[in-house]
Design a binder for this molecule. Structure first.
Ligand code: SF4
Ligand code: SF4
Length: 409
């Protein structure tokens, strides 16, 4: 029995319409969370091959898996899970999406250059191979001697066994597309961080596409690698990876042989902004002589737009970690932005809708006249960087939170 059959009923109130990025672009009822739910209720897809069936199939792809609908539904309907289960049942992920996921999964093994060359052949990724990233993926570049476990920076003295053990999860984009972001994050912390080099993709893109078995394989690999070192904190600089790692215990529920280890991983995950907001001394050191509330010394960075990724905005708890961090620092963005339209496989499979959502965000940036767009999600950063390189964002350079903080005076 899936979420749809056993779950709560949609009351048709429409509260989810305004928050759905797809509906806000198309204004088609069938693209709204309510519309998607009711298409399934009416069972229009029960006539295989019919126009109605094809329309339902097409509609099921028009979801970013952002989770916005579930966060506002008073009836407790979780359209995101219903659609994800449906995608899995129908094995609806296109060949293009499957191939792109395979490249992302094996990118670090293939090497940065070849992975980007292959990705650049996919719709929307054209030109990505000219980004001139580091020759080697981040996890290869930091390898020390023959170890499969690096400590960053290399310790000058034996690591204190009583100190909290922090492990780092890089994620695909930071590993082989934007390795500078992972370096910025680690340099900010300036303390020993343990980094297992065989870690892989978090599995979010596969799970969103309904490829649950692929996601479980990817997750199982990370669970085994990280639980072997038993970190107190599993830190990541990507809000989307953090959200997926937090869900490992659901992917391996009670009764699964991996459940206990998966729960350990899920419970120890911290996204960079949430970690920094809770570390008073570290935050003071990063902000340095900058006085809270005095923003005049930030002229190179201000005004800036803060892009709050869906996986931060709609994460359990209901408030955004990156917004809380900026509030703690007393730095106010000129404008706060929502969904960028990336959504992993959504970007590949729904080029028109994805571009429409991004164009709306781009217009907001241009209207606000900001110098920077700051985010804490690697996927959003990559998507925004594509817009910047096309000239759509004008002078507003996208920055990861870690780079923004490292540029503070
Ligand atoms: S899914 Fe929830 S929020 Fe959306 S129309 Fe139905 S009851 Fe209302
Ligand atoms: S998960 Fe996001 S994109 Fe999908 S139906 Fe819900 S609000 Fe819309």
């Amino acid at each position: 029995m899936n979420s749809f059959e056993k779950g709560p009923n949609c009351a048709g109130c429409g509260a989810c319409l305004a928050i759905c990025p797809v509906y806000r672009i198309s204004f088609l009822e069938r693209h709204s969370p309510r519309g998607k739910y009711h298409l399934l209720v009416k069972g229009l897809d029960k006539l295989p091959g019919s126009i109605a069936d094809m329309m339902v199939r097409d509609t099921m792809t028009a979801c970013l898996q952002c989770g916005g609908c579930a966060s506002v539904c008073a009836a407790g309907v979780d359209v995101r899970s219903i659609i994800r289960e449906r995608r899995e049942k129908e094995a609806s992920a296109s060949l293009t999406v499957r191939k792109a996921l395979k490249i992302m999964e094996n990118g670090p093994l293939r090497g940065t250059g070849l992975a980007l060359k292959l990705l650049s052949m996919f719709p929307g990724f054209q030109g990505i191979d000219s980004w001139s990233p580091a020759e080697r993926p981040f996890l290869t570049a930091i390898r020390q001697e023959d170890n499969m476990l690096s400590v960053y920076p290399p310790p000058s003295a034996p690591v204190d066994p009583h100190r909290l053990k922090i492990a780092f999860f890089a994620g695909c984009v930071q590993n082989f597309m934007m390795p500078g972001v992972a370096e910025d994050a680690l340099n900010l912390l300036s303390r020993e961080i343990v980094i297992p080099l065989q870690q892989g993709c978090c599995g979010l893109a596969a799970l969103s596409a309904g490829l649950t078995e692929m996601a479980r394989e990817q997750a199982a690999k990370n669970i085994k690698i990280f639980s072997a070192i038993q970190p107190d904190i599993l830190l990541t600089g990507c809000a989307s990876c953090a959200s997926m790692l937090s869900d490992y215990k659901k992917l391996f529920p009670q009764g699964d042989p991996l459940h206990e280890q998966a729960a350990w991983i899920s419970d120890s995950v911290r996204e960079l902004s949430s970690f920094l907001a809770s570390e008073e001394q570290l935050l003071c050191r990063i902000t340095g002589p900058f006085e809270y509330g005095n923003q005049t010394c930030l002229s190179d960075l201000l005004p800036f737009a803060l892009q709050v990724p869906c996986h931060d905005r709609f994460s359990p708890g209901g408030s955004s970690d990156i917004q809380k961090l900026f509030e703690r620092m007393g730095i106010t963005p000129a404008i706060t932005l929502g969904c960028c339209g990336f959504g992993g496989s959504f970007f590949i499979g729904n080029r028109k809708l994805s571009a429409g959502i991004r164009d709306t965000l781009v217009s907001e940036v241009r209207r606000a006249g900001v110098k920077r767009v700051v985010t804490n999600c690697s996927g959003c950063l990559m998507h925004l960087e594509m817009a910047y390189r096309k000239g759509d964002l004008g002078e507003a350079r996208p920055l990861h939170l870690a780079r923004f903080l490292s540029l503070l005076p």
